[in-house]
Design a protein. Structure first.
Length: 134
């Protein structure tokens, strides 16, 4: 008979619920929590929860969907121009996005691929704990 260990995940700021969406081989978990300001993505790593709100998002519309073994996170958000995908890379305490937002005229909504990407290029804008390159 198999033995399973269940762990309840409750993001501290998730007063209206927490949902886990992806886990990598290092045990890092991404998901979405909800509170009075809406939905927010999160990364749980080593017992620490980090909120992932895309800098281009309308507050309360960011969802973290999956994380791969390289620590790359994909998800989605909404703003005044519609729904968009994002790709973040986790590096210690710094998050950065090689391309944000991901959108084309022929495909107004895309989820970013979880496959490894080469380094970012182009302009860089720094946010608190987040650097977005686009």
């Amino acid at each position: 008979m198999s033995v399973y260990v269940y762990t309840t995940l409750n993001a501290p700021a998730g007063t209206n619920g927490t949902g886990a969406h992806g886990i990598n081989d290092s045990g890092q978990i991404v998901g979405t929590y909800q509170n009075a300001t809406g939905k927010h993505g999160f990364l749980e790593s080593g017992g620490t929860y980090i909120t992932l709100d895309d800098p281009y998002a309308t507050l309360g519309t960011t969802n973290a969907s999956d994380i791969n073994d390289a620590g790359q996170i994909v998800g989605s958000f909404q703003n005044a121009t519609g729904s968009h995908g994002f790709h973040l890379e986790w590096r210690s305490t710094i998050l950065w996005a090689p391309k944000a937002p991901l959108q084309t005229a022929s495909a107004p909504f895309q989820t970013a691929p979880a496959a490894p990407r080469p380094g970012s290029s182009g302009r860089t804008r720094t946010q608190p704990a987040c650097t977005a390159s686009f």
